[in-house]
Design a protein around this ligand. Structure first.
Ligand SMILES: Cc1cc2nc3c(=O)[nH]c(=O)nc-3n(C[C@H](O)[C@H](O)[C@H](O)COP(=O)(O)OP(=O)(O)OC[C@H]3O[C@@H](n4cnc5c(N)ncnc54)[C@H](O)[C@@H]3O)c2cc1C
Ligand code: SF4
Length: 474
């Protein structure tokens, strides 16, 4: 009998905007088991070799297989989730994170065949449900312990530089293959952008910490407060380890030299978000890092970083404007985040670009002169290029947050002159992600420039396989 097609997506509950702007707690509450099964039942369970959702996933999760476990074992939720998690884990070691932050609308969900007749399957929220339920019930630990018993150590040592999603994934994969893995991280907490960039209301830090605990359960060591290039040299690591993976990301803010950019009250998004997220400045004075924010905040840019900065500033009590030199259609932030920002009351001003920042007699920001733009021909990114019109307006702001992009950190790269980088400071790698230095691999934002969590994880996974082949000579 042909199955009944259910066109509408089962919605996930969300906290109302007027309540959630008052705190940093998570906005989306995720599925319950009953809701997850209802959504899972909508999936047509396309044959795995054909399923377009699998092709759209950068780490190739067997999506229909994990979704069908929820339906198959619907009478035994713990078993359903355990089976589903084990399918996901075979390809992705951080599902609670990717289920929350991946741009699914451009990846797995983009080509879902259900889109031809109704709403696409909510794959991201189903993945998140499996990870969350298993964490709450300890199913993840159980599964790890069962698997960890089977790991045979091979006596080889690999060093990973940087504890962001690329480094963490590479470490997990190598540990499963029996390597002794040590991650060196410059900050006092591991996680990279997951911990210092993406705010609590999108990705609660307890979730990142649990994924890190699971990594330690696999035997991975994480050494924090180690800035490679300074605390230890790259050469010292090369002597001690059989191979190295570089996952140092792209954490240097891009700042355009506008006049007045050094006035008090002008932040890079990186500094603003690090203070808020990593140092918990929103709980000052309980935590001792302060954050100074005025009443009217301008955020320059329109990517995920800009959206996170704007929504964080809103939660600190400010009125917030996103100032973007193109239009809404060209914004690179995830649709869900733009929608949430709009709901929460962030104001958007399109086709404007700062010309100069204007200060008062004490060197504090008081206004921004903006140039009006129009759209011209497409540029190398395929988006229409903003062209200045010569017309300007001045708006009063006491705080500005610059979120126009980030690049790889050259300080570390310059300590390793034999490591080839391109003109944008990205490490050059071959098709196996090996750099110009034999036995040294790299991935994530360090080779791509600013990209996504799942692409960084995909690189970490691919590099682990390549390191294994390199060291075992296969
Ligand atoms: C605010 C913000 C929001 C974002 N939102 C999303 C989103 O919603 N979805 C999405 O998919 N992507 C998002 N991204 C992009 C995504 O976070 C990155 O693409 C991803 O984190 C890259 O992973 P990575 O492991 O390469 O680097 P990172 O996460 O940057 O981690 C690199 C780590 O290396 C450490 N390190 C650097 N140099 C050294 C050194 N010399 N020694 C030791 N350690 C070092 C750093 O301290 C850091 O912990 C966002 C980025 C930002 C900034
Ligand atoms: S394409 Fe859509 S309907 Fe088909 S298996 Fe994937 S999620 Fe299910």
């Amino acid at each position: 009998m042909p199955r009944k097609i259910i066109k509408e997506r089962v919605p996930t509950p969300e906290r109302p905007p007027e309540e959630r702007v008052k705190d940093f707690r998570e906005v989306n509450l995720g599925y319950t088991f009953e809701l997850a099964v209802k959504e899972a039942e909508r999936c047509l369970n396309c044959p795995i070799d054909y399923a377009p959702c699998v092709k759209g996933c950068p780490v190739g999760i067997r999506i229909p297989e994990f979704i069908s476990k929820l339906v198959q074992y619907r009478d035994d939720p713990d078993r359903a989730v355990k089976e589903a998690l084990s399918v996901i884990w075979a390809c992705n070691s951080l599902p609670a994170i990717t289920g929350r932050v991946c741009p699914q609308e451009e990846q797995c969900e983009m080509n879902c065949v259900m889109g031809r007749v109704g709403d696409k399957i909510n794959i991201g929220k189903l993945e998140r449900f499996v990870a969350d339920y298993s964490r709450e019930k300890g199913i993840d630990v159980q599964l790890l312990e069962e698997g960890a018993r089977g790991i045979k150590k091979n006596g080889r040592k690999v060093a990973i530089i940087g504890a962001g999603p690329a480094g963490l994934t590479c470490a997990a994969e190598l540990a499963k293959l029996g390597y002794e893995v040590t991650i060196f991280e410059a900050l006092h907490k591991p996680g990279g952008v997951l911990i210092y960039g993406i705010p609590e209301f999108r990705l609660p830090k307890v979730i990142v910490e649990r994924e890190l605990e699971n990594l330690r359960r696999l035997g991975v060591r994480i050494e924090t407060n180690v800035l490679v290039g300074k605390t230890v040299t790259f050469e010292e690591l090369r002597e001690e380890y059989d191979a190295i993976f570089i996952g140092t990301g792209a954490g240097t803010p891009r700042i355009y030299p506008w006049p007045g950019v050094n006035l008090n009250g002008v932040y890079s998004a990186n500094e603003f978000l690090t203070r808020v997220n990593l140092m918990k400045a929103y709980e000052f004075p309980e935590y001792d890092t302060p954050i100074k924010i005025g009443e009217n905040v301008a955020v320059i840019g329109a990517g995920n970083t800009a959206m996170d900065a704007a929504r964080s500033a809103l939660r600190l009590g400010a009125k917030v404007w996103i100032l973007y030199r193109r239009t809404r259609a060209e914004m690179s932030a995830r649709e869900e985040e733009i929608h949430h920002a709009e709901e929460e009351g962030v104001n958007f001003m399109f086709l404007v670009s700062p010309k100069r920042f204007i200060g008062d007699e004490n060197g504090n920001l008081k206004a921004i002169e903006l140039e009006k733009m129009e759209l011209g021909e497409p540029d190398e990114s395929g988006r229409r290029r903003p062209v200045p019109t010569g017309e300007t307006i001045t708006m009063e702001f006491d705080t500005a947050i610059i979120a126009i992009g980030q690049t790889p950190n050259r300080t570390f790269l310059e300590t390793v002159p034999e490591l080839e980088v391109d003109e944008k400071g990205r490490i050059k790698v071959d098709e196996n992600l090996m750099s110009s230095v034999p036995g040294v691999f790299a991935g994530g934002d360090a080779i791509r420039g600013e990209a996504t969590v799942i692409l960084a994880m995909g690189d970490g996974k691919k590099a682990a396989k390549a390191i294994h082949e390199y060291l075992s000579g296969s």
